[in-house]
Design a protein around this ligand. Structure first.
Ligand code: C5P
Length: 220
């Protein structure tokens, strides 16, 4: 059986991570969280006092941190120069700065190469989740999924994760980050022409997982 490559893209709050992990676990595939990699490089920039507002400064050090992703869907990990940064990359500071860092072409080139090496190394196959996987990172993926949901549903899901955070503030931060990710020049968030769009607004997580598992099985 050849390795199956699944690309899952979409904005935040669509259930991308939960869906991708569950699908990979059910089908015995590896899992790669590419957002975590952009968060990790952003964490490193912040920790090293790099001026995030200066794309030239960001570009100059884009190759410095060594980022390693653990691809077991039941226990994904991420390290920067050997340090586990799974917790710190979810901080508000990193979340508010990641779009600026990930818009720098030198950062994208570096991280894209890393992502392709993980896809090439996956023996049974891999589920890769992000923003530009189907369009840029793995244009030859066997299956491309583009997840969407209404802004209200996305904000509510994110607020739930943040436990009690103000839904309105979450909604505004989310819309701002999506606009930055969709509007940037280098490899913006976009649906590939051959991606299957799944609107998750009125679906349970379990329904989305079943839908994607069925689509993967049809390709195998
Ligand atoms: O998925 P997550 O919200 O963790 O992604 C964090 C950020 O990483 C996104 O807002 C986006 O700026 C960037 N990203 C990207 N390309 C990807 C995945 C994430 O630019 N493939």
């Amino acid at each position: 059986v050849p390795a199956v490559i699944v690309a899952i893209d979409g904005p935040s709050g669509t259930g991308k991570s939960s869906t991708s992990k569950a699908v990979a676990a059910q089908l015995g595939l590896s899992y790669l969280d590419t957002g975590a990699q952009y968060r990790a490089i952003t964490w490193w920039m912040v920790s090293n006092g790099i001026d995030i507002g200066d794309p030239t400064a960001v570009a100059a050090v884009a190759g410095k941190p060594e980022i390693v992703s653990g691809t077991d869907p039941s226990a994904p990990t991420i390290t920067v120069d050997g340090t586990d940064v799974s917790g710190p990359i979810r901080s508000q500071e990193v979340t508010s700065k990641v779009s600026a860092v990930s818009a720098v072409p030198e950062v994208r080139t570096r991280i894209t190469e890393l992502q392709r090496s993980y896809a090439a190394a996956a023996e049974t196959g891999i589920v890769v989740e992000g923003r530009d996987i189907g369009t840029t990172v793995l244009p030859d993926a066997d299956l491309k999924i583009f997840l969407t949901a209404s802004p209200e549903a996305r904000a509510a899901r994110r607020s739930g994760e943040l436990k009690g955070a103000d839904v309105q503030a979450t909604r505004e931060a989310l819309i701002k980050r999506d606009a930055a990710d969709s509007g940037r020049k280098a490899s913006p968030l976009a649906k590939a022409d051959d991606a299957v769009e799944v609107d998750t607004t009125d679906l349970t997580l379990q329904q989305v997982i079943e839908c994607v598992v069925t689509l993967v099985e049809e390709k195998r």
